[in-house]
Design a protein around this ligand. Sequence first.
Ligand code: SAH
Ligand code: SF4
Length: 408
Amino acid sequence: MNVCESDKLGLALSTYGALKVDVLQEADVVILNTCSVRAQAEQKAFSFLGRAEEFKQENPGVKIVVVGCMAERIGSKIKRRFKNVDLIVGAKDIDNAILKIADLCNIDYSLLRKIEDSSSNVVRYVTIMRGCDNYCSYCVVPFVRGGEISLNALDIIEECSLAVKNGAKEIMLLGQNVNSYKYKDVNFTSLVKKIAEIDGLERIRFMTNHPKDLSDELIDMMATASKVCSHIHLPMQSASNKILKAMNRKYTYEHYVGLVKKLRTATPDISITTDIIVGFPGETKEDFEETLKAVKEIRFGGLYAFRYSPRPDTKAANMLDDIPFEEKKSRHTLILEESNKISVEIVASMVGSVQQVLSEKIENGVIEARTRSGRKVFVKDRNEKDLGRRLNVSIKEAKVNSLFGDII
Ligand code: SAH
Ligand code: SF4
């Protein structure tokens, strides 16, 4: 979601002639889009701000802007600690960020209305909802991004159509819990069906899905709508019912496994990926073992594992953070080791197969593409003409998470 919002800011600024630079030292305006989900993300942002301030001391004309969740949560603290920050725009006010940045840089923002999406990316991110109402007990998102709001379905379809007109082949729909999208009589399944009608669009993906709201209707639609990719990111967080309850996730492990079965029956080649938190307050060795066992048994296509960190305002922040850091680290490593082992086995089993891929990028003659299940595939000795095309690739080699092959 942050990547999507950063892209949008970049796109808007580029219509004023701004150029994106890759290193801090070349910037006239430094915009830091922040995340508050984990403590580590905030620490990283603080250290970047330290570097940005040093840079500004040597180059006083430089402007520093902080946007996003940290700006929302602790904007005034940032301002006190980093006196050289020029502008702070919180996550709830992100739509006005561009106006405020234009103001700061003395840009005539009446030009703003002329912004047309002219980005030529093959994959485009489209936000369909904001905020979240779920209040998982560890999560700061509802506090920094506010309550759940589903965006106007017609605007979403128009944004997707425009992106396709400009060359997009794949749309990735974004929201904290896309399954609960509801705008008037349009639910998530009917929204995806409408988007799938756009001519020229090849693929649709979406994230994130909440297991408590994943409907049979959506599972069936994923199996039958040819443009919808066979990948679902379905965060499990834990396999211990005691921990799931304390996390306020509102489903049991049995319910989660039931969804996995339904998804695999409906779409046999589906890749299911997940998020896991280790070291949540009260997570005993036995609770953790249940999660590790689930990772082994479910055989996720991939996963993100996080060490629990208490976040302000959340319910879990009042619980005793009783798992020592070293123990969290070791549980984290065990989950990652298991998941990597499974990933290696899955990609190895794909060697010799033919995969339909969509080429997303090209660099030095190497195409970066993705299978319908979301695996990266690299193809050497190709040219720009292949960009944005659907190709059949014979898989010759597999490494950790990636595949290598030739077009047939
Ligand atoms: N809305 C999405 C996820 C948003 S945050 C969902 O419900 O799945 C992304 C991931 O960060 C979460 O799935 C969770 O695994 C992790 N996360 C959130 N808060 C955390 C915390 N306090 N400590 C560690 N990991 C956390
Ligand atoms: Fe956070 Fe839970 Fe909402 Fe996801 S569903 S954003 S984890 S509160």
